[in-house]
Write a protein of this length. Structure first.
Length: 253
């Protein structure tokens, strides 16, 4: 009985192989691991249809074939409103949390940043000048929002050394504006730190909170050369140069 088993096994393999050839279906198909080029930060849980929708939208806007565009970053985000935090100046947004993605699309050295919902049915493109919107008399600005209390902070350093901080609360209530001054030497020292640590290299970068984290603030730092966002609970994980800038900024507050 044992002597017949190999023949039966060989016959079965031959039959499956013949059927495979007839149907055009390979017996085994190796699944290649997704390749990642240098500088890409991709969460492979994001829907692949999202990549196509974002690239197709950008291709239509800039008249470049979608196949020439590539997604270099895909990070989970929880947007704070129905406008995906990219409302037009006269647009009313529903106040609700929206699970979605922050997608960076590249063509050569140029990048575009999209905010989308979970499936990409709703997507918005950051305006090209969104990161650099400071008046000429402003050196630096920080904006933070979040926490269970829903507070929003905006702190601005002016070229003459004035510092102003505005605090608003959920429901539209505002605290009195705080103002103080720093010396011209400190303003110059801070500018030198921005240059030395190359703040512009962080433009359009985003360092989100770990999925599932709660009670944290998203902080947006802006200078005339760029803008970066990070979750305050992830500050210790930030690049050394960015942490140096944050420490210098906090010393002025």
């Amino acid at each position: 009985m044992r002597s017949h088993l190999p023949l039966k096994l060989i016959s079965s393999i031959a039959l499956i192989g013949a059927l495979s050839l007839m149907s055009g279906i390979p017996l085994l198909q190796a699944s290649a691991a997704p390749t990642r080029t240098s500088g890409e930060l991709l969460d492979y849980a994001y829907p692949k249809s999202l990549s196509w929708r974002v690239r197709r939208d950008l291709a239509r806007r800039i008249n470049i074939p979608a196949n020439n565009l590539r997604v270099t970053e895909a990070q989970r985000q929880t947007w704070k409103d129905g406008c995906l935090e990219l409302a037009a100046s006269d647009e009313m947004c529903t106040q609700q949390l929206v699970e979605g993605w922050r997608i960076v699309v590249a063509h050569g050295r140029q990048n575009w940043v999209y905010h989308t919902d979970a499936q990409g049915r709703s997507l918005r493109l950051e305006s090209a000048d969104r990161a650099v919107t400071l008046p000429r008399n402003v050196v630096f600005r920080s904006q933070s929002s979040g926490g269970f209390a829903g507070q929003n902070y905006e702190t601005v350093l002016f070229t003459d050394g004035r510092v102003q901080q505005k605090i608003s609360f959920m429901g539209g209530k505002d605290a009195p504006v705080r103002s103080w001054r720093v010396s011209s030497d400190k303003v110059q020292q801070f500018r030198e730190i921005l240059d030395h640590e190359q703040f512009q290299t962080f433009d359009q970068k985003n360092y989100p909170a770990t999925p599932g984290a709660a009670d944290f603030f998203m902080v947006r730092l802006t200078s005339p050369t760029g803008s970066v966002e990070y979750a305050d609970i992830e500050q210790e994980k930030l690049p050394r140069s960015l942490k140096t800038i944050i420490q210098a900024w906090n010393s002025l507050r």
